[in-house]
Ligand binder design. Sequence first.
Ligand code: T4K
Length: 411
Amino acid sequence: MKRTIDELAIFGGSPAFKEELHGFRPNIGNREHFYDRLNDILDRRWLTNNGIYVQEFEKSVADMVGVKHCIATCNATVALEIAIRAIGLSGEVIIPSFTHIATAHALWWQQIVPVFCDIDPLTHNIDPQKVEQMITPRTTGIIGVHLYGRGCDVDALTEIAHHHNLKLLFDAAHAFGCTKQTQMIGRFGNAEVFSFHATKFLNTFEGGAVMTNDDDLGKKIRLMKNYGFSGYDNVIYIGTNGKMNEVSAAMGLTNLESLKETIQYQYGNYKQYQQELEGIPGLSLIDYPEDERNNYWYIILEVDDQATNVNRDELIEILHAEHILARRYFYPGCHRMEPYRSFFPHAGLLLPNTERVAKRVMSLPTGSMIEKGEITKICQILRLVVENGSEISHKMRDRNGQEDSVETHST
Ligand code: T4K
């Protein structure tokens, strides 16, 4: 355990972890079950194109969520692109800027303008009151994002969509296994999209799915993910190759078997972080309402640098030096990334909460690979740093100043 700031790796001490502690080590279920499925896939020589494992995976997910149609895809970005097209979005679509760039790119990729909306500073989810202000005659829809698996204000967004005759889609990339109040996420809007990427709570290596209760839409999306083929030689829509393969589905089915244990483990990590960080001034964990189900996959720390005296970026630098790979999800906000930054250079003026939150949050390492003792070590470092915030911050700024001047002299 480090007791003084001179022991911190940033000031020359040895790193707290020999190897880098990654944030999102994939959850991997029972290997024997996975190998059995893999062998079966190889024996049967059916690797993709709506194989039996994809069909079983789709049925399992649909049953679990309680939705009529689950259309598995190769990833969530393509699932979003297909859903956006199938629903008929065009012109402008309102989305939060505080999300992964995939939400915005899925629109722009098909010449639809993402109109960035501010977030609620408490939940970090899109603020429905601000949505109303962003509607123009060109607006055709809204994409809500259930950030960190915490459901956004579905009721308010549904009402706005109804009132203005807009389509409503949800990016539920983080929210598999979560509820909004008592309802499983995946059931809302015209459609919802899950991600099953390796770094997600439930993974299929790469993968995603569109969920919908609309029979016609479900049918259309199913055709669109297979180039629009309806029968061997008949294409009836524009389409793409968005198919999930059999190995991915086998991984998904295997991981579904241990979903309960995975959530329990995650919940344990979250509770441990919560307890061990308690009372550290200026550090607060995003909490998940106890009356809603969450997968607890994201441990999000908010840093109030007025109280900690070190800012979020300095904290990240300190943690990285200790080989703790905390991440700034989702800094700096989509509006500050290309091509949006160039097209809408002043978008930030309407996004004060996004700008502020994006500078304050970080995601801490978790997952089934992390041990209790490792979480304790991370929390001890955070406590040591905050207890000595001013001194550390001065030391880092002096050091950075010196490095700058060395660079200036040598150029
Ligand atoms: N919408 C939202 C709101 C999203 O967050 C995302 C994706 C999407 C849509 C699009 O979904 P997909 O099309 O990807 O299905 C990662 C993921 O690639 C991305 O899926 C995810 N969100 C985003 C939040 O995180 P990166 O670029 O930050 O990942 P990377 O490679 O830096 O990995 C993160 C950590 O996980 C590292 O510490 C390494 C570790 N890791 C990663 C992989 C891939 C492992 O330990 N093993 C692995 O196999 O984007």
